[in-house]
Structures are given as C-alpha cells and as structure tokens.
Design a protein around this ligand. Structure first.
Ligand code: AHG
Ligand code: MN
Ligand code: MN
Ligand code: MN
Length: 331
C-alpha cells in the first residue's frame, strides 16, 4: 500500500530541480481535506448544516460548511508556508498569506473549498477543487496578477470528492492518480493509479431543467443523446448529481460528457474558470479527455478576474468533439 505522502515524495524525482515545496503544498491540501472530511461526515450531528447567513461574491447564500471548508484550506495553506496567496470562491478578493513563513512562498492556489453546496444538507456527495500556480512576482506579498494565469500554467491541480468514500485525485501534468481515504488509519492510499478516461461513453450530464435556455447546439446534442441507435448504445443514460466534482468523477471513471452551457441570462454559464473549470480541465486532459467551452480549449482561455465564469463541455474526447460539432453547426 502506498500513501499519498509516500507517493508525493516518490514522484518528486519527476521534477529534478524541485526542492520539495510543491510536495509539501500537496501534503497541506491533503491534511485540510481530511479535516473537512471529518466535519462533513458528522455534519448532521454537529450544528453545521444550513446557511451561514452571508451572501458571497457570486450572489449565493453561503452554507456553514462552505465557510468552514474555506477556513480550513486557507489555514492549512497559511501554516504550511508554501503558498503566499489564495483565490477562493468564498472570498471576493485574493487572500494574502503574509505570515513570516508564507509571504515569500513560491506558489499561489485557487480553490473551490466546497463544491456542490446545494447538496450538503441532503447528504449527497460534495467536493473540493484546487489549482496550483507558480507565482509571477518574485518575493514578498503575492499580488493579484500571480493568480491571473491561464490554465495551461497550472503546476498541479486536483479535487477531493467526499462521497460514499472520500478520494483525492490530482495531477502534476504527468498523468492522474487517485487516492482513497482509509478512515481506519487516516491516510489517503493509492487506489486508482494512472487514471484514463474512456475515449467515449454512454452518460451525459447536464441540468436539463434549463433546457429552454440552452443554445441551439446544446439542445440538438441532447436530442442526439436521446435517439435510439444500437451501434452507439443510444439512448445514453442521463446522470446529474449537481456537484460538478461528483459528476466529473463518475464520468472520468465510466466515460461520459458533462456540460454547463451558457444561457440567455448567463452568457458564460455558471461555473467559475479559475477554481472550477481549469483544475478539472487539467485533470481530464491528463486522463486523455477533452475540455472546451464548446469552441475553445478551457486551458487556453485568458484569465482577467478570479471569479470569471465560463461555459464548459468536458469529458470523453469523442463525446466532447461531437458536442462541439453541434455547437459549430447550430449555435
Ligand atoms: P458551488 O457549490 O461550489 O457553488 O458550485 C455549484 C456548481 C457545481 O457544483 C454544480 O455542478 C453546479 O453548480 C450545479 O448548478 P445547477 O444547480 O445550476 O445545475
Ligand atoms: Mn463549485
Ligand atoms: Mn463552492
Ligand atoms: Mn457556491
């Protein structure tokens, strides 16, 4: 059995000039994930379900667990000393970690501390997504520009899924590996080595309740998924959890496509590029899949604001390519 900590150290040799900072940063994220997992597991017993009473910069009412998870990740990154700045879904501005240990650190991190907020109160899988970049400024406190980098610049990225079991999945640009938390020893253990997404699949994931608002290309693609055809195993299965991490994780293992398109009222969709789309796009590409906004690769999109939104078509390469053809033809 290989633990996450052992695996990270073993993989450090992939980066000949590395001094262990990135390894320690990934370790810090793993520690925060375990603490958040512990609270999520007993959420119904402790008084941590429900709303916090605060509305975040996205206009969403924060859940108590959104706030808790945000505090845990920022605190782990701050005391770990390898990250100087955090951009989080739950903070309007970037958070500077200007303690003596962290202000000169080399890395900056973007996080969605708790993905799938609407599922927290009903005991459905939720997640965390994270993205790690090398800072642009040289030393001292980090600056906003440090995090406004394209997804192609990610040094590492990953997600945690707090599901029927808890897993941490990450990439440093050399494939994707998944670790399952063994609660009896409190360690993430390598369970899914070198994950590859099937080239095609039979699952499509989209909030079909919004159908009338979708672009014509998406409407036509959904109809394609529903037409009977033995050769392509259609009609496909529709699966939508409403936690992007959980929907993505299932499609990564089984093959499938996840779409959160633009709508008339949300021309860039709902999901946030920096801490939702980019980390998941990096993971899916590293697993052999594809992630675009229907026209353009997610990882190539310019980043100008930490909370900017982007439409996303992500998953098995052949399915995403076909959805893009529908977009090109009808939207
Ligand atoms: P978050 O809980 O971090 O705000 O993210 C919610 C996102 C994502 O997890 C999910 O896929 C999507 O919102 C669901 O949105 P709809 O309810 O509009 O389908
Ligand atoms: Mn989210
Ligand atoms: Mn969130
Ligand atoms: Mn939210």
């Amino acid at each position: 059995m290989i633990t996450l900590g052992q695996f990270i150290i073993k993989k450090q040799s992939d980066f000949p000039y590395a001094k262990g900072e990135l390894s320690r940063l990934l370790r810090d994220i793993g520690i925060a994930a375990k603490i958040v997992n512990r609270e999520i597991n007993k959420a119904g017993l402790a008084d941590i379900l429900g709303d916090s009473g605060v509305v975040n910069v996205q206009g969403e009412t924060q859940k108590k667990l959104d706030v808790y998870a945000n505090e845990q990740f920022i605190s782990a990154l701050s005391s770990g000393g390898e990250c100087c700045l955090v951009a989080s879904e739950e903070n309007e501005e970037v958070v500077l970690l200007n303690t003596d240990v962290s202000k000169n650190a080399k890395y900056v991190v973007a996080i969605d501390p708790l993905d799938g907020s609407s599922n927290i109160d009903v005991n459905v899988a939720v997640g965390t997504t994270f993205s790690i970049y090398r800072r642009k400024s040289t030393d001292g406190n980090g600056v906003l520009e440090d995090i406004l980098q394209k997804g192609t610049e990610q040094v590492a990225a990953g997600y945690v899924i707090y599901g029927s079991s808890t897993m941490l999945v990450y990439t440093t640009g050399k494939g994707v590996n998944g670790f399952t938390l063994d609660p009896s020893i409190g360690e993430f253990c390598l369970s899914h080595a070198d994950i590859k997404i099937p080239e095609t699949g039979t699952i499509y994931s989209i909030n079909e309740g919004n159908y009338v608002h979708f672009p014509e290309g998406v409407k036509k693609y959904i109809k394609y998924c529903q037409v009977e055809d033995d050769a392509t195993q259609r009609p496909y299965t529709s699966r939508y959890i409403g936690s992007m991490v959980a929907d993505l994780h299932r499609n990564l293992i089984k093959g499938g496509i996840y779409i959160y398109p633009s709508t008339a009222s949300a021309p860039k969709g709902k999901l946030r590029l920096v801490y939702e789309c980019n980390p998941l796009a990096f993971i899916i590409e590293q697993a052999g899949g594809r992630a675009t906004n229907g026209y353009e690769r997610i990882l190539d999109i310019d980043v100008t604001e930490i909370h900017q939104r982007e439409s996303i078509f992500i998953g098995s390469t052949k399915m995403v390519l076909l959805a893009e053809e529908y977009m090109a033809q009808y939207s």
